[in-house]
Design a protein around this ligand. Structure first.
Ligand code: PNS
Length: 161
């Protein structure tokens, strides 16, 4: 069984992430979407909130699971007996960092492959930080995030005003 791990901060999950999850689900037998710590970022949403948004947003996707892990991605992949890491690429600007991560992860365990999926061009401009910025100024993000995320963004940024 081909199990793919799709790791990220998902702070919050966007329609761009969902597009990758759906497409990865068509290619692999099982996709585990794993919320992990990115030491370069301070999340706006708690781990519980990010998990809840992911679980609700992937409801009905039969071969998709949501999980979390604190630690090295490559250790998690081994623990899950998986061999594939899936990453989305939006632009050339993503490439350098993702290339470095893929090489480091291969150095740590050469049996694990990182596979990149190009974003749907509809979502190439989307990122979790852009979503939070728009929402924090009261902008309309309805077409950019799944509805469970919209609820949380509204509660966090709009109802506070
Ligand atoms: O959505 P993000 O923030 O781009 O996801 C990055 C993430 C969480 C996948 C990355 O920071 C990560 O793999 N974190 C776990 C620690 C790790 O294994 N780092 C890579 C080797 S240094």
């Amino acid at each position: 069984m081909a199990i793919a791990i799709y790791p990220g901060s998902f702070d919050p999950v966007t329609n761009g992430h969902i597009d990758i999850i759906v497409r990865a689900g068509l290619v692999f037998d099982k996709v585990i979407v794993t919320v992990m710590d990115n030491p370069r970022k301070t999340p706006a949403f708690t781990l519980e909130e990010r998990l809840e948004m992911l679980v609700e947003s992937t409801k009905g996707m039969k071969n998709v699971e949501v999980d979390y892990y604190h630690g090295l991605l490559i250790d998690y992949v081994k623990q899950k007996k998986a061999k594939i890491i899936v990453k989305g690429l939006r632009a050339i600007s993503d490439f350098e960092f993702e290339f470095q991560m893929a090489l480091i992860n291969r150095k740590l365990n050469e049996e694990v492959e990182t596979m990149f999926m190009m974003t749907n061009n509809k979502y190439s401009y989307l990122s979790s930080s852009i979503i939070k910025e728009i929402a924090s100024y009261g902008g309309d993000v309805r077409k950019l995030v799944p509805s469970p995320v919209l609820k949380k963004l509204t509660a966090k940024y709009i109802q506070k005003e």
